[in-house]
Write a protein that binds this ligand. Sequence first.
Ligand code: AMP
Length: 288
Amino acid sequence: MKIVNSIEQLRKLLNRQVRQRQTVGFVPTMGFLHEGHLALVKKAREENEIVVMSIFVNPTQFGPGEDYATYPRNEQRDAALAAEAGVDIVFMPDKDEMYPRVGDIQIFPGKQAEVLCGASRSGHFDGVLKVILKLFNIVDPDRSYFGMKDAQQLAIIETFVEDFNFRTTIERVPTVREKDGLAKSSRNVRLSPKERSEAPVLYEALQLGKKQLEQGKEASVVEHEVAQLIENKTSGAIDYVALLAYPSLQPLTADSEEAILACAVNFEKARLIDNVIVKLKDELPCSE
Ligand code: AMP
């Protein structure tokens, strides 16, 4: 496995002539790797000849007062895990390599970023789109892999790719969880032991909500009950519990086929997010 820190060096390695007809699968991350990230690599490894992972804690997607400085980092461990998982090239640029000057050009997502995390993390998805645009231009992947754990990010990136005709496809990978249901996240290490024992309630509550929706319970009642459960059984402060159409992230209508039931909860040193996707309409029966 090659570790590359400069854009120029990465471009040389991924030059069209060098790569010939081999496809490039790309896994962008902020590092402190866990099995969620490795599930993305596994899929990329199965579907491509070359697998590139980026590890970059992107400052532009953190707001003032958020955890950019304290975001967990461990480059050596990440490199070992990436190599073991079959990554061919790890791209680990530093901040100056990616942002050599304060850029004047901003990118703004549309309506999909007005809700959920976009509503409480002002500018977060502007920063995500900025780094993704740069990374897509640098790596020029055939397929790019994103986790459903960050379902809003995934939906916004899908729209970005469609709206601006990027060459890459976007591949969705299901959320990988701990045995007790907690979604794997680099931020989980920042939970206190007590918070860690409470955190599986997020997924429990979302699953309960999903069951209620499938049984026909009204959306606002479900949102309320999910929030109640999280509030009663954890010490975290709820940022949101919301049910929306997916991937449009607009309010549900009679035509919505899929919904997302999502939550964000602020614990003392870690903000946790999770979601479940709910099918609202059965698949059409085969026409035979
Ligand atoms: P991050 O390093 O947290 O920015 O995540 C990098 C990529 O890994 C994103 O596409 C995430 O959605 C994905 N990811 C993070 N956690 C998980 C998980 N538990 N299961 C699946 N994918 C994940």
